[in-house]
Write a protein that binds this ligand. Structure first.
Ligand SMILES: *[C@@H]1O[C@H](CO)[C@@H](O)[C@H](O)[C@H]1NC(C)=O
Length: 141
């Protein structure tokens, strides 16, 4: 009898875990829709840092790009925190081959200057140090 109970309990736990996983794989439930949030909020800054890291990783430009300014930032709460960021980004004078550098100056030479307007959505689970890019879209200004 005790063994049957144990088996049933195990089954119930398994079903509960599985259904939670299935739920998580669909789009997560929105607890609070996107709304404006301070551009200087620490998780907005972290999301932007991550977005630029991914942007630079994917871009074929031989120079790093860096955000000039955040134009709009919003937060949505699901089972994660999602950050919608509109930002102006520009080419710096730091070449990618010389490695990452926080203090890269923007290009001064008009021929080398390049500015894009970008929209990023970053999903963040700060409590797990997890960051994912949901959207990355940049266009010429
Ligand atoms: C959210 O911020 C954007 C950009 O700063 C602004 O244009 C918009 O009016 C704001 N929306 C609300 C509801 O405050």
């Amino acid at each position: 009898m005790a063994r049957l109970c144990q088996a049933l309990l195990l089954l119930m736990v398994t079903v509960a875990l599985l259904s939670r996983r299935i739920q998580a794989r669909d789009s997560p439930k929105i607890i609070r829709k996107f709304q404006n949030i301070s551009k200087s909020y620490v998780y907005v800054q972290q999301a932007l840092w991550y977005a630029m890291k991914e942007y630079n990783k994917a871009s074929k430009d031989s120079y790093y790009f860096r955000a000039v300014e955040i134009l709009n930032s919003q937060e949505q709460v699901t089972d994660s925190l999602e950050y919608y960021i509109e930002a102006k980004i520009a080419r710096t004078m730091c070449k990618k081959i010389s490695g990452e550098n926080e203090n890269c100056l923007f290009q001064q030479n008009p021929e080398m200057q390049k500015v894009y307007f970008c929209t990023f959505i970053v999903r963040s689970k700060p409590w797990k140090f997890e960051l994912n890019m949901l959207k990355k879209q940049c266009k010429d200004v």
